[in-house]
Write a protein that binds this ligand. Structure first.
Ligand code: ZN
Length: 389
């Protein structure tokens, strides 16, 4: 079996039963313990965590992991495995060659594991590449993190999201196709509520695709099946519609207002603010954008970070999702960018780590993830470099 060792950016092969000395451990429930500890595992699961005693007899088989902390594996709540972070239009052309896409996806999956990311939620692609990957992982023929997949998104035909889903010609078209849509298989439902933000025009967002009543009907079909609903929504109107329709999470949520946050707090709706697609363009300079665009991006970034801190203070549920696959948002590495952005917003590091583990597990609808207790499977944990807070 395996455990991710993000400290060395690789996966370690370990026997089902073993013992190690670790430098300490962290979990969202119990916080940080930075004392040397003896870890034992059996049947691939944590069996005991006991303080190391000076007099202890350490058997020769014991792993020396003193320079690592043990903690829950990271989770990324928003990725697109079918996108390559390099060139959106070229990538869509490459979709005509599925074998190339599958090869790319397998490499991304390995990167996720190497970096300690043990599960990801995929926000969809029209041909269903990520869904295909999800199925290879479940049957064990591919190696990688657990993938929670929306398969394809629900968007309105002729509006934003053509590469994410087939598109429905209004609510009656959706209703005709409900059975077909669900029987093709989904883990979560993704709805496209608003269009894209513009990099050259502050506060301008593409049109809203559904009325509250329409979206409520779509959301209900998922909730009746016990399926969580993630909503791509930005801008005053789009976010309001998504909240009023009772979705479970708002993805992106650029131009979120205080009023939105209050409602989300009351309704228990999570926010995945995906700072990296904006922030990384500024962090890793590129000549792709004009001075005006860079200026707008700076304003969007500043605004987003300020509202994220407000959300944190108001105790709104915040998840960590990168939108990996977007330009300059590479699969795996970008989760570290995203966590850094939230720390930069003013949220304490360990609170951000809780979001990337415990809160994300809730957003992914996966109870066994994001925790470290006795009986947690070793392959859902990771060995990180020691950190100081
Ligand atoms: Zn997305």
């Amino acid at each position: 079996m395996n455990i991710s060792c993000s400290a060395e950016k690789r996966v370690l092969e370990i026997p089902p039963k073993g013992q190690a000395i670790i430098g300490g451990f962290w979990s969202p429930e119990n916080g940080l313990n930075s004392l040397p500890t003896v870890l034992q595992w059996k049947d691939g699961k944590v069996h005991s965590l006991e303080p190391l005693r000076i007099t202890e007899n350490i058997d020769a088989e014991c792993y020396d992991w003193k320079s690592y902390y043990l903690q829950p594996g990271w989770l990324d709540a928003h990725v697109h495995l079918a996108l390559d972070s390099l060139d959106f239009y070229q990538c869509l052309k490459n979709w005509e060659n599925p074998n190339l896409i599958y090869k790319n996806i397998q490499a991304y999956l390995q990167t996720y594991l190497n970096l300690g990311i043990v599960a990801i939620r995929d926000g969809g692609d029209q041909p269903g590449f990520a869904w295909f990957a999800r199925n290879r992982l479940y049957e064990g023929s591919w190696l990688g993190p657990r993938v929670i997949s929306v398969h394809e998104a629900v968007n309105r035909k002729g509006m934003y999201g053509r590469f994410l889903g087939r598109g429905f010609d209004g609510i009656s078209d959706w209703q005709t196709n409900i059975i077909n849509f669900y029987t093709q298989g989904i883990d979560q439902l993704k709805v496209i509520v608003s269009g894209l933000i513009r990099f050259d025009n502050f506060r301008v967002v593409g049109p809203t695709q559904w009325t509250v009543e329409e979206l409520q009907r779509i959301v209900l079909t998922a909730h009746q099946r016990g399926i969580l609903v993630m909503a791509h929504a930005s801008g005053e109107e789009g976010i309001s519609v998504a909240i009023d329709a009772g979705v479970d999470s708002i993805e992106h949520g650029y131009y979120m207002t205080s009023e939105h946050l209050n409602k989300m707090k009351n309704q228990g709706i999570a926010w995945i603010p995906t700072v990296s697609p904006i922030g990384n363009i500024l962090k890793y300079p590129t000549n792709r954008y004009s001075a005006k665009e860079i200026d707008t991006l700076k304003r969007i970034l500043e605004t987003q970070l300020a509202v994220i801190y407000e959300a944190y203070q108001k105790n709104v549920r915040i998840g960590i999702g990168t939108d990996a696959g977007a330009y300059l948002v590479p699969h795996g590495e970008s989760l570290y960018d995203e966590m850094d952005w939230l720390i930069q917003a003013g949220i304490p590091r360990l609170e951000v780590y809780s979001m990337a583990t415990r809160e994300n597990a809730r957003i992914l609808g996966q109870n066994d993830l994001g925790r470290l207790t006795i009986h947690t499977p070793m392959n859902l944990l990771q060995l990180t470099a020691k950190y100081y807070v």
